[in-house]
Design a protein. Structure first.
Length: 448
């Protein structure tokens, strides 16, 4: 669809994001895994063979835009529902109209933004019309459809996952808005690629937020008169910071600063510094870092730097990850704060990592010995006859539940990997390990 513009439309002063909304799938930025040439959704749209579907993805990735583009491409009537003001009665009334339209060859696409906000009764009201083909339902949600959408409705819909837009996608949209007549094409705007990247990074893949921030920045930009008398609106980094009401904490999540900050957080926790840990956490979250990425790193830290010195650290770290997954930002910030402070305050031991790395070196560099016959499983008669499991000692049949049976290959007999420290709970494991070794030695001497 070609770009259309009128002075009357512009005078309404719709938000930039609405003015720039594309109505042709070729103008949609991102989602190449669905809309690229030969991809399943594009093929369905081009062949006019669409069925009811659910778009699942974060805010500002084009769910509403895609629904509008589909309606435009397929020449269908588009009806949009809101969970706030659409009761079951209103839904059924519109559905009956759609059913009558079907008799005259009119197709109706019903778009439900934030479908997860519709209650069960509201969702059920659409079901018979979806089943009869009276409507094509397109639902958009930021929540997992498996948990938020009725099973019967979900089973009759195809779920498409929309991905967060990349930095370059957002920059492309911003440049388009600056040049387009629907955007700021009638103005002369001076803005550097660095500032465009700053807006893209700050808004974290949300096209709507990026266009809103650009609009605010342009409206608050400094108007400069050039030597030839023309007027230029200058948009600088400082103006963008002013519009966001905060110092820019932006960093490229694929660049060096990303790794610098996660390193700072990890090493602050390792150094038992809760204040520094919370600071670096805040720097990352306020810069737009994915909280689940931080939570995954905290889970790793719980074993790498604490381990059995405090077994509760791993449990808390996993709980923190699940909590972040359930509620997202900004509410999960306190969950991560609790987690990093706990990690910083816990006793430290790297015995888990040392044990694994030592065992890994032997696994990679030593002779690849077969598993000793006595600890092999023998599920068949043939394997038993071949000696599998012969000489195995079932620990529960012995005093102290310990035997003198050796489980390492011959070449590694007596090798020790786990070296517990005296920190926290690990002191108990150290004493227990010494006790186990003494009892095993006792059994060995007894059986000589």
């Amino acid at each position: 669809m070609s770009e259309q513009f009128s002075i009357f439309q512009n005078s309404i002063k719709e938000p930039l994001a609405e003015r720039m909304r594309p109505y042709d799938i070729d103008d949609i930025v991102g989602q190449d895994h669905l809309l690229g040439k030969g991809k399943v959704l594009r093929n369905a749209i081009e062949k006019d063979q669409i069925t009811s579907m659910i778009f699942w993805g974060p805010p500002g990735v084009g769910k509403t835009t895609l629904a509008n583009a589909i309606a435009s491409k397929t020449r269908a009537k588009l009806i949009t529902f809101s969970a706030v003001n659409s009761g079951v009665k209103e839904i059924r009334k519109v559905m009956e109209e759609a059913e009558r339209g079907k008799a005259y060859g009119i197709r109706t696409i019903v778009f439900i933004d934030e479908i997860h906000r519709f209650n069960k009764a509201q969702q059920d009201a659409f079901l018979p019309y979806v089943e009869k083909g009276s409507i094509i339902l397109i639902g958009a949600t930021t929540e997992n459809p498996s948990f938020e959408i009725n099973g019967a409705l979900l089973s009759r819909s195809r779920v498409y996952i929309l991905h967060k837009l990349e930095k370059d996608d957002i920059i492309k949209l911003l440049k388009r808005a600056i040049k387009s007549k629907k955007g700021f094409g009638d103005m002369s705007i001076m803005i550097s690629d660095e500032v465009l990247e700053m807006i893209a990074l700050f808004t974290g893949g949300d096209a709507r937020s990026a266009l809103l921030l650009l609009e605010m920045a342009v409206l608050n930009g400094e108007v400069i008169e050039k030597e030839d008398g023309t007027m230029v609106t200058s948009v600088t980094k400082e103006i963008v910071e002013l519009c966001t009401s905060k110092k820019t904490l932006i960093y490229d999540k694929n660049g060096e600063e990303h790794y610098n900050l996660i390193s700072a957080l990890h090493k602050s926790m390792r150094n038992s510094d809760p204040d520094a840990s919370v600071y670096w956490l805040a720097r990352m979250l306020e810069a737009g870092e994915d909280p689940l990425y931080i939570a995954r790193r905290v889970v790793r830290f719980a074993s790498e730097d604490i381990g059995l010195a405090d077994p509760g650290a791993l449990r808390l770290a996993i709980s923190a990850y699940q909590g972040c997954h359930f509620i997202g930002m900004p509410e999960c910030n306190v969950i991560l704060t609790e987690a990093v402070i706990y990690m910083a305050m816990s006793p430290k031991s790297n015995a888990m990592e040392v044990a694994y790395l030592s065992a890994r070196d032997d696994a990679l560099n030593e002779i690849n010995e077969p598993v000793p016959m006595h600890i092999r499983n023998a599920p068949t008669k043939l394997m038993k006859e071949a000696g599998y499991g012969k000489g195995y000692k079932y620990a529960h049949d012995y005093e102290d539940k310990i035997t003198d049976m050796r489980c390492l290959p011959d070449s590694l007999a007596g090798k020790e990997y786990y070296m517990p420290t005296d920190e926290g709970f690990e002191e108990r494991y150290k004493k227990r390990l010494i006790e186990i070794k003494n009892k095993r030695k006792k059994h060995t001497e007894k059986n000589k």
